[in-house]
Design a protein around this ligand. Sequence first.
Ligand SMILES: C[S@@+](CC[C@H](N)C(=O)[O-])C[C@H]1O[C@@H](n2cnc3c(N)ncnc32)[C@H](O)[C@@H]1O
Length: 285
Amino acid sequence: MSRCLSETDMQCISNLVREHSAIVVESKKEYLVLARLEPIVKEEGFTSIADLICYVRRTPFGPLHRRIVEAMTTNETSFFRDLTPFEALRDEVLPELIKKRKDRKSVNIWCGASSSGQEPYSIALVIRELFSELDSWTINFIATDISSEMLHRCSEGKYSQLEVNRGLPVQLLLKYFSKNGRCWYVKDQLRNMIEFKEMNLAGPWLPFPKLDIVFLRNVLIYFDRETKQRILTKIREHMSGDGYLFLGGTETTLMLDQAFARVPVGRTACYRLRPVLENSGHVIS
Ligand SMILES: C[S@@+](CC[C@H](N)C(=O)[O-])C[C@H]1O[C@@H](n2cnc3c(N)ncnc32)[C@H](O)[C@@H]1O
């Protein structure tokens, strides 16, 4: 199997991935393309990566093209990743929303780029374990990802020992998961809280209700500035005026979208919409 890609082959993959996911694959990431495409070459019986790319070039977008795009996504995640956003949910965000939404008795949550599900299940665990008053509320909880493989994993709620060892406290594991063979399965009481749906952040969006809590962590980093701005604008349109946006530790709205203010919350920060000056469409800075 050839070990390196020609410039045009690299460009072809980079264009394909960008067009269908907005993910930027820089030319220096050749090693990543090689590592991610090699399994597809083997499984699909191509003689080399160049052979696979030749097929990609010759044929219209189809399942194999999609598989390549999905292979180029990075799905790294874990239960209670970074911990502080979940502490913020527990200590400030949910208590505050419970007060504000007590008449309506509903909360709308979206976890974008949910990967294999550890992040939305961590949010669901905070709600179920610590806020029994929400048991009688309507929790509209949608989790989305571009990858059909990841969404299958989310809905299945099946995790290896290694995966549950990463960040999931043992008492929560024993209470909300059941073991079958070597794997752990999320129990229905948790699984049924979340609707998993496919959505490309760079494509048309689902018709969300007004969102009170948005988790969109560790995905903006893969996009260029314009795509980040477009996504933040859409979040803004879908968020409640008093909603909370959580981004990944290295991500920010600063210098991208003035409508958001960075607000400290516990040991972390979230992003909230600045109040709009009535009739002007301008935000107060
Ligand atoms: C590094 S994971 C982040 C998982 C989780 N949010 C976390 O912080 O642990 C990035 C996820 O973004 C998804 N993704 C990448 N591009 C996307 C796009 N254009 N639309 C939707 N999801 C995308 C990938 O499939 C992957 O599951």
